[in-house]
Every structure is written in structure tokens, then in C-alpha cells.
Design a protein around this ligand. Sequence first.
Ligand code: NAD
Length: 483
Amino acid sequence: MVSRVIPVDTFDLVIFGGTGDLARRKILPGLYVRFLAGQIPEDARIVGAARSEFDDDGYRSFVSESIAEFVAKSKQDKTAISEFLKCIHYVPIDALGKGGWPDLAKLMRLDTIRAFYLSVGPRLFGPLAERLHAHGIANDKSRIVVEKPFGRDLKSACALNAVLAESFEEHQIYRIDHYLGKETVQNLMAVRFGNILFEPLWNSQYVDHIQITVAETVGVGGRGGYYDKSGAMRDMVQNHMMQLLCLIAMEPPSTFEPDAVRDEKLKVIRALDPVESHEIVRGQYLEGENGASYQIEAENPDSHAESFIALRTHISNWRWNGTPIYLRTGKRLRARVSEIAVVFKDPPHSIFGPQEGRRGNVLVIRLQPDEGMNLRVTIKEPGPGGMRLIEVPLDMSFAEALGNDGDDIPDAYERLIMDVIRGNQTLFMRGDEVEAAWAWTDPIIAAWEDRHDKPKPYDPGSSGPEDSLMLLHRDGRRWREIR
Ligand code: NAD
């Protein structure tokens, strides 16, 4: 297998918030790695813009330090780094002020792709978009990239969409959900729509239920203040898990074009049933050997925010009628694992007699760790003694299957930024998708707020509160183990 790097056209990319944590950890190292791979032309311009008073050289040192800290040692090539640094510039700009804009305008080249990455809080989206236009820096060909969180409810998301729409057309707006840039997430589409094997079985006639789990071992740590205002529902379910759900459940789009894919995702979100209170379990981790309790870390002893949530939902359409979908995410759980499990129904009849039972196949798509796929199938236990059946995994790790090419798989941010430059919105959320996701989420949150619901405590290193196990137990099902 030969990995193919298709260079993008040259571009001017301005990173507002270029001195922030996200720029330092993800955006700048990601750009360097794409440069090293030969994807970014040597005359590309990457301009940091923030309030700090750097000059070009000062910012180049900042970028060089971020590469040293966040790029794998094996990819730190001295010559490539010094070539990459030639692409780097800096303009001090206060998003709310007047200075710096003419300098930024001078750096922008005519007839070159312009992209503006707003790696700043959402309150600055409006002022930045407005000033980019007022100073003639943004034009019809410009692209604007915005980070999560995209609102904290339907109202604020609509307001952000409206602010951006004043200065940019929808086809210019790239709302990042970095989950969509993950290789395995894109593989969901390849597996479903590139093979004939799965699609005929991909419906309520054959699928018993679907489980999506995103479990973390870390707590909220230093993000406690931010997290406490959001909780797992806003931080993970409304965006990342919703996107996974869409990709696993959507109808086949007619083409792999941005709007064809996003139209199908939107239909899934709009077909989601409301979630009743008995279909949700919220939790908060207690103190454990490896750290303080959620409430201590969030510095809020009365916090009702959830660090864990499990819920059952359902898509009301022909394909999925009657198939429950279970979502579960949380912090300080037993293991770090993200996976989607499609649990098929049992075969209708066992020719091997009732004692052998009937076992449904399970297809697991692992997003992390060790990205890959696992299909549980039934075979005969080897040896004499009659027809005894056992279940074995058909396991594929993408890293093993791809050999050395697996090492070149770009990080989600690398891929997404290159897609921005290419002008491909397929892996970005459209405004109406975000609004539909909030329209489903808002009543769920409002309902638990109205009943003053308190999250259930759970032990760190566990699978979450006991009630989450009961959520499936009541339906005669079981969560897959978190391990
Ligand atoms: P940060 O606080 O570390 O950095 C913010 C940046 O914005 C700094 O460069 C700062 O100088 C700049 N800034 C602040 N006010 C400004 C102003 N008035 N004018 C010009 N520049 C200004 O934040 P961060 O963690 O880098 O996050 C940036 C955005 O990305 C936020 O919206 C955040 O929610 C989102 N995000 C961050 C992460 C992450 O891992 N850090 C992950 C997902 C989303």
C-alpha cells in the first residue's frame, strides 16, 4: 500500500488565538506535520494573530517550541522545521480593538486561498467576522473556521449562526467537530457504503440495538470551571456522539459530496425521539485513589453537572423503527475507550438444538485505542465431542492492516485543516445540523433542571453508576464491558 499525499494549493491562513492552548497543542503542530509530509507548499503563509506583543521571530520561537513539545520526536526534522518557520508570521491584534488590521491586510496575497481560524471564545466570532470584512481582508473566497462549543443551547447556537451569516455564506463556514476528522470515524462511512456485506443487514429487522460508548479515565482536571457549566451532555453528547450516531444510522447519501452527506445526517437528528426521564442516567465521580471527586475538581460542592451520562434514544424512521440506541460517556471510568457496537439479533432458529442457544453477531468499530474493527462470530469449538459452539472475534487493527502506512495517518486536526484549504465541507457541521442537535438536547436538559435532578455518585475506575446498568437490564440487554 502506498500512502498518497496530495499537496494543497498555496494559502494564507490566519489563526486568531494563535498563542492559545489549542493553537499550541494541535493547530501549529498539525500544520508542521502536514508540511513535513509535503502537503503544504513552501510559499504558504501561516499568520498568528492574538493580543500578545510578538514579532515574527518571537512567534517563530513559540511555534518551534510547540513543535518540540507536541510533535513525535521521530517527526522533528531540523531542516523541515526551519523551512516551515519561514511560512510563519505574526500580527498583534485585539479582536475588539482597531490596531493591527492594516498590517494583517498587507500580508494577505491576491488570488490566494484565505482561511481564518477563530481559535478564540465564541464571543469574539462576531467582532472578528465584522472586522475582517470592514478591513477588506475577508472576500468571497475566504473560509472561516470556528471551534466548539458552538452555543450552549438552541438560542445561543442560532445567535452564533446569525452573527456569522452577517459576514459569511454558509459554504464559507467550517464548524469543527474534531471527531469527524478521526480516521476511524470516516471509516464508518467507508465500511458501510464501500461494502455490500453490511448494508442489507443495517436495519431494525436484523439489528437488535446499537451502543455508542466514549469512556475516559481522566477527570475534569484543570477544565473544571468550564466543564461545570456544560456537563457531559453538552460537552460530548450534543456534538461528538451525535455525529457518530448520524454516521452509523444515516441513509446512504447519493454522493460523497458535503451537502449530500450533511442532508442525510440532518434527517437522522430530526428523526430522534424525545428522551424521557426514565431513559437517562446522570452521574458524578466520587473521590478515589487517583484523584479528588468531581465536585472538588470543579470547585463547586453543590454542582449538579454530570460527568457521566447514559441514555436510550430511538430514531423514528422506517429503517430503525423499534431499534434502541444507547449512548454512554463519562470521565474517570475504568478504561479509555471509544467504540460503536452494532449488536445483531439472534439467528431465528438454532439447528444445533436449544442447549447451544443462538448468538447474535456483534460488529464493534473501535475509535480508540487501537483503531479497528471486531466482528464476533460463532464457530464450532474444535475437537471431538459433538457440535459445541463458541464465539470468537474476527479482529482487525487498522494499524496492523495498513502496515507502515498506518504511521502516516494524519491527526484529526491535520486532516480537517487541509480540508478547509481544499474547500471540502463534508466533515464539518452545517448550521442547521447544529441547531437540530440543540433542538433535541434542550428539552432533555430543561426536563432534568426542572425536576432538580441530582447526578448519581459513582466510583472512579468503575463503569459509571449502577443505574446505568439497569437502563439496559430493564430492556433485557447489557452494556459491553468498558476495558
Ligand atoms: P486559550 O484561552 O488558551 O487561548 C485563547 C487565545 O485567544 C489566546 O491566543 C488569546 O491571546 C486569544 N484572545 C483572547 N482574547 C482576545 C482578543 N480580545 N483579541 C485577540 N485575541 C484574543 O483558549 P484555547 O484553549 O486555545 O481555545 C480556543 C478556542 O478553542 C475556544 O473557543 C475553546 O473552547 C476551543 N477549543 C479548545 C480546545 C483545546 O483543547 N484547548 C478544544 C476544543 C475547542
